[in-house]
Design a protein around this ligand. Structure first.
Ligand SMILES: NC(=O)C1=CN([C@@H]2O[C@H](COP(=O)(O)OP(=O)(O)OC[C@H]3O[C@@H](n4cnc5c(N)ncnc54)[C@H](O)[C@@H]3O)[C@@H](O)[C@H]2O)C=CC1
Ligand SMILES: C[C@@H](CO)CCC[C@@H](C)[C@H]1CC[C@H]2[C@@H]3[C@H](O)CC4=CC(=O)CC[C@]4(C)[C@H]3CC[C@]12C
Length: 394
């Protein structure tokens, strides 16, 4: 699955039935039927799964607009199907581009975002894309009369908090002291609040906007960049990865196909169940086991030839904290010269080292969600994807 949008066409170039977002030449409202959907961020890791899931599992869909800053070449193959797929290269921070893409659509699934906890982008850029971009999506719905909006939020809007408090098998109502300092969770929390507050706003035509937010825990599956990074790191280290986090720290994970399915299902059900679902948040969950971040990754990397070496005596936690702090310092010092953005920094260490797992059935109760993929399927699909990567250790 395409992840980085790498190799995508340049700004303004075409893939399939492609449009460059603009209020003048973008898709017009009348062109799209009742069942038109917009998948914003539709070329990202999750977005691609959402797009494919919509095409496979939404029989009422007649048109799909895939809106993204970087369009993936895989969109080409979608143009031969029965659904009219329009790829729109655009930027969520540009209100007019978003409005042009949204005009006349029935529902918007907003999965576009800057996912950065490594210091690659500035806090201002993260805020602009995640918060201003979401404002633009909401305003586009209001101005153009699109009534249904599904927002991809994150577990990070809740935690883990900077105090390291565990969130153990919590649900949407579990009290937790959410304290956000890092630009990414701050931006996701603000954007989620905007989406929920917009529920009930009058859209063009006089009807109310219906919104909800889905909060995935750590997503895994085909196309997961960090899994790819760990795999390649393991290959470089002679087929070994070194345990850094105690096995007792549980980290919530959810399969990308199930996250996509939840988006598709709630988008479908928003109209019928507006009173119940509107303004609500839902954690994304499935039957993936509760494990530490590293042990969970080994479910896939193990069968691909890597092994996890226990290093608690070699690398005590204080040493990891020191390394993480050193990485942060190096990033700051080197910033004028180059971008140094390793996986380990004080924030990622704190997240990886704090238990955060969910146990809920809210999505099942509210809109009938059941995971589409069993744990065995999710695992097999992810292993096959890792094995297919170039340079597999197998
Ligand atoms: N990856 C994970 O574990 C989790 C992700 N999420 C959320 O899910 C959503 C999707 O995340 P991923 O697929 O993992 O990330 P991703 O980086 O693979 O996908 C994000 C997509 O948004 C697009 N995008 C970025 N800036 C844009 C802009 N200015 N205008 C238009 N499009 C833009 C990117 O080109 C990319 O295709 C994000 O909102 C993220 O916050 C939530 C929880 C966990
Ligand atoms: C200490 C390292 C030794 O192996 C391990 C570092 C792992 C981290 C890079 C990841 C651990 C937890 C991840 C985050 C978590 O899954 C929650 C997330 C939700 C999102 O919305 C975006 C991604 C992320 C912040 C995710 C990022 C990578 C980790 C910090």
């Amino acid at each position: 699955m395409g992840q980085e949008g790498g190799g995508a066409s340049g700004r303004g170039r075409c893939v399939g039935r492609l449009a460059r977002a603009s209020t003048e030449d973008g898709p017009s409202g009348g062109q799209f039927g009742y069942s038109g959907s917009v998948a914003a961020g539709g070329c990202g890791f999750l977005g691609e799964h959402v797009v494919r899931m919509l095409l496979q599992r939404e029989p009422r869909l007649s048109e799909l607009r895939v809106f993204d800053l970087h369009l993936g070449p895989w969109l080409e193959e979608l143009k031969t199907g029965p659904v009219q797929v329009t790829a729109i290269q655009g930027d969520v921070t540009q209100a007019h581009e978003v409005a042009a893409a949204v005009a006349g659509a029935h529902v918007v699934i907003h999965a576009a975002g800057l996912v950065d906890v490594f210091g690659r982008a500035s806090p201002e850029t993260i805020h602009k894309v995640n918060v201003q971009g979401t404002k633009n999506v909401i305003e586009a719905c209001v101005q153009t009369g699109t009534r249904f909006l599904v927002y991809t939020s994150s577990m990070e809007v809740v935690g883990p908090n900077i105090k390291g408090h565990p969130f153990y098998r919590g649900n949407e109502d579990t009290p937790y002291e959410a304290v956000h300092k890092h630009p990414y969770p701050c931006s996701k929390a603000q954007a989620e609040r905007l989406v929920l507050e917009a529920n009930g706003r009058e859209v063009r035509g006089g009807l109310p906007l219906v919104t909800c937010a889905l909060r995935p825990t750590g997503i895994y599956g085909e196309g997961h960049q960090i899994m790819r990074d760990f795999y390649h790191q393991g290959l470089r280290l002679g087929g070994r990865l070194f345990r850094a986090i105690p096995a007792s720290v549980e980290h919530g994970r959810v399969y990308v196909g199930n996250v996509a399915w939840m988006h598709v299902l709630v988008a479908r059900e928003l109209e019928q169940r507006a009173a119940l679902v509107g303004g609500q948040v839902y954690f994304c969950y499935d039957k993936s086991p509760y494990k530490s971040y590293e042990d969970f990754n080994m479910e896939f990397l193990g069968p691909c030839g890597l092994r996890l070496v226990e290093t608690r005596l070699l690398a005590p936690y204080w040493l990891l904290m020191l390394l993480a702090a050193l990485n942060a310092l190096l990033q700051w010092l080197l910033r004028p010269l180059l971008l140094y953005a390793p996986l380990l920094n004080p924030y990622t260490l704190a997240v990886a080292n704090t238990t955060f797992t969910v146990s809920t059935d809210k999505a099942q109760r509210h809109f009938g969600y059941e995971p589409l993929f069993s744990w065995e399927d999710s695992r097999t699909r992810t292993i096959r994807w890792v094995q297919a990567m170039e340079g597999s250790a197998q």
